[in-house]
Design a protein around this ligand. Sequence first.
Ligand code: SF4
Length: 640
Amino acid sequence: MPNGYRGKILRVNISTGKIWIETPEESDKNFYRRYWGGSCLGAYYLLKEIEPGIDALSPGNVLVFAASVVTGAPAPGVVKYAVIAKSPLTGGTGEALAEGYWGPELKFSGFDAIVIQGKAERPVYISIRDGQAEIKDASKLWGMDTGETTRVIRTELGDPETKVACIGPAGENLVRYASVVSDGMYMNARTGMGAVMGSKNLKAVAVRGSGSIDVADSSRIQLLADRFERHFQENFVNKAVYDAGTASFLGFLNNAGLTSSRNMQTTHFEGAAKVSGEHIHEAYFDKRVPCYSCPAACRRVLKNVEELDVDPAYGAPELEVMMALGNGCDIDDLGVLIKASELCTRYGLDYTSTGVTIAFAMECFENGVLTKKDTGGMDLTFGNASVILDLIEQIAQRRGVGALLAEGTKRAAEKLGKGAETYAMHVKGLELPLHDPRTKAMLGLSYALSPTGPDDLAVEHDTDFDANAPELFMERVATLGIWERRAATELSPEKVRMLCYLQQVFSFMDSLCLCKYAFAPCRYYSFAEMVDLISAITGWEVSLWELQKVGERRLNMQRVFNLREGLSPEQDKLPERVYAPIDSGPNKGVAMSKQEVEEAKQAYFRMRDWDPLSGWPSSEKLVELDLGWLVQMKSDANRG
Ligand code: SF4
């Protein structure tokens, strides 16, 4: 048995009911060390098994659930899993990662990943237990929310410890930004992976295993885990999250003018103080929730929320939902935001896309593009908290104006016409996160260039390396070759170099399914400890250089997939609003410059050895990354 991974991929064709197991190392002994897991492994199956040009919501899409070679080891931060498919929002690579317990349990059940093809005739779920998989009828689960689905499956399987990743009504109704929710709390939020599940009539994947992960050096792992447990709160970011959750960053971000508000018309949010993470903590905090083998306990459960009609089992609101529905829609009613967070988790809706799409609708309404006739009489003025919960319900059920908004901002704007595109804050069809790109230029550039669409977790943020950043962060990134502080709004060739290196870090972390709240550059574990831990789990003599190459490999694979699907460099395009100066607050007057963004994009392509016009990686680059098999795909695509 290898160390860290199981060596088995479960294959399921839900059209035919065929289930089989593949052992990739039998034909390629370097398979796991080349692709590692998570989103890199997912990119491999997308490239190999999806016919070019298929509709993301057709049976031809391939859906991958992937842990990594280190997931489930008895150490902090190695808990994530990725869901990967062609995205119904972008038409390119879709992926979403979540923490919790599902990823480790998949490994304990005997598999590193599940690859699902086809479409079931009627609703089904897949149950996996100790190396055995079964397709089960889910007709009675169809229509249930994510919490109820989890409870019913556990009862049906007779095991309350079963881990369940499922969709709610949003996924069933093919809302393009529907998410996957595991154990009623942890969300694979972005790029519409829940809609892909819904399109396959796949309600859930339940996993249970009694196995454990073999590791190369358990005492070394124990030492690193003990050190984390004793000291992680010495890292102020980890401590802030432990004390008051990710929503505790809201106050700082708002005071510093770093958060897009009112559909990115400003970075000022009048009601910020009323909906801070500290407020939630003081009024409603019940208990912390750890992830598997991780004491950082970033998630939390609330109490006294019955008066808000909130089921506490869905967990406390995270930063994304507070920003997207609070700042984005100008909602300062804390009760409504807590309930809205619960509804998104209950129905399986990406928090960010939901909030940004509602903010889009509000701006359309204020400019007469949407009227009360379209909204069924609802007043969609910014700040009107009374419509938010109804709107979320309508989106999840594709009812009323919700049917339009379920398409996401890009498609809704195309349907509406009348200049609605001006109000659609998306790149490639995926809604922009609320960390304002004008105030963090490297992050903003990554919004344009990320192969999975704009993602605030695609690169560490500029403000972590500017003049005010902690010395610790600069010490950490020195090992990558980043030595100089740079202004958050700077977009120079040196900043592009910084993007390349830091993007590769986050890219390999998504391939190894490492939690970005546990590892470098800005959390407790340093790069040296990360490498040490991975080596201790796998028994491989791993280096940071090797991991950076994994990150670069994933980015190239995803770029090739996108190009093959017709996403050209022209679609690496930010919304026009980023070029308008911020109107008030600490960043008043700040805007991105179109010329600088274009030059930075060109520099990025050249640094990556990608053709600046076509976007294709050079054949030499593909071979250098041991992706020689993509050279033929490149010539086929360019011939076609
Ligand atoms: S750092 Fe937080 S989110 Fe990450 S694995 Fe640990 S508890 Fe979970």
